[in-house]
Ligand binder design. Structure first.
Ligand SMILES: Nc1ncnc2c1ncn2[C@@H]1O[C@H](COP(=O)(O)OP(=O)(O)OP(=O)(O)O)[C@@H](O)[C@H]1O
Length: 297
């Protein structure tokens, strides 16, 4: 087990931020820790990385107990905090060298993480000159310096523009091929894009723990499609297996089908046969959305 959390509670004075939280993460999983603002995500991550003590409960990382050997745990964890604390007046390479000294890692690892995180073109700039996306990469590079087995990433894509978002998500997916990744977010699409599994927290309690594949294997299927022209709802009814069609703004529709079979080709063919262009076509995990709104309302 890479991460095991047992009955962790955390009080800030009178306020209970975490309430008997328990779960485990196995090696090689990418787990999304999803919850609304103030649900307790950062608090748990700070506990797992040793920045905060729990009020109650136990956690282990790679079978090492948080209580017994915090230092050893920190050697096994790469942590990207929510507010990435970078020394912005430093140059990127200089900053990584500084951190490599702290971790006592080999200097050759610096070039490896620069390549891995796509920092090469910016490596000779000062951190203050970097865009938010590249600063985030510096944070990830720092978290990866000592080649930890477990990565804990607190809202790694907050504030990024859509292009940076795609790049950082694909970077995390790549890193997750041989590391355990536990990442927090309040964005459902992030979980769908990156994770194998989702743990949902609300008001300090775990309210769901599901594999994304299990959520996808459902009878219903939802597709978001955008055409280049306005359609009458009656015209859309011609698509086979369609249960309902809802306009979600402009020329975009949410289509619900009563089949597991991938209906994207049928929607594409429908557009083509009716002289329409398909501007966007996405299969949604409706179940994650409904689960989230049901459990965190
Ligand atoms: N240092 C603190 N002192 C007092 N209360 C705190 C402290 N840190 C967090 N809290 C409270 O604990 C609860 C959980 O906060 P936490 O930051 O863990 O939530 P979160 O899920 O990470 O939220 P967000 O998505 O907004 O970052 C919130 O109600 C918050 O106000």
């Amino acid at each position: 087990m890479s991460i095991s959390v047992e009955g962790i509670s955390k009080f800030y004075g009178e306020q209970k931020a975490l309430d008997e939280v328990s779960f485990s993460v196995t090696r090689g999983e990418i787990v999304g820790f999803l919850g609304p603002n103030g649900a307790g995500k950062s608090t748990l991550m700070k506990i797992l990385t040793g920045y905060l003590p729990p009020s109650k409960g136990e956690a282990t990382v790679n079978s090492i107990s948080l209580k017994e050997n915090l230092h050893k745990i920190q050697q096994n964890i790469g942590y990207l905090p929510e507010h990435n604390p970078l020394y912005t007046e430093m140059y990127v390479r200089e900053y990584l060298e500084f951190n490599a000294k702290i971790y006592k890692t080999d200097k050759s690892r610096i070039e490896e993480v620069i390549t891995l995180t796509g920092l090469k073109p910016e490596a000779n700039k000062k951190i203050e000159q970097l865009s938010k996306g590249y600063r985030q990469r510096v944070g990830l590079a720092t978290a990866l310096l000592h080649d930890p087995e477990v990565l804990i990433l607190d809202e790694p894509t907050t504030g990024l523009d859509p292009n940076q978002l795609v790049e950082i998500r694909s970077l995390i997916r790549n890193i997750g091929k041989d590391k355990t990744v536990f990442l927090s977010t309040h964005i459902m699409q992030e979980v769908e894009a990156v994770c194998d599994r989702v743990i949902i927290i609300n008001k300090g309690k775990i309210v769901a723990d599901k594999k994304l594949n299990d959520l996808r294997v459902e009878k219903e299927q939802v597709i978001h499609v955008e055409f280049d022209y306005l359609l009458e709802p009656v015209a859309i009814q011609k698509i086979p297996h369609l249960m309902s069609a809802r306009n979600i703004g402009g020329f975009a529709w949410e289509l619900t089908f009563d089949t597991k079979k991938d209906m994207r080709p049928a929607v594409f063919d429908f557009a083509h046969d009716n002289g329409l262009k398909t501007l966007q076509l996405n299969q949604k995990t409706k179940n994650l959305e409904s689960l989230f709104s049901e459990l965190t309302r």
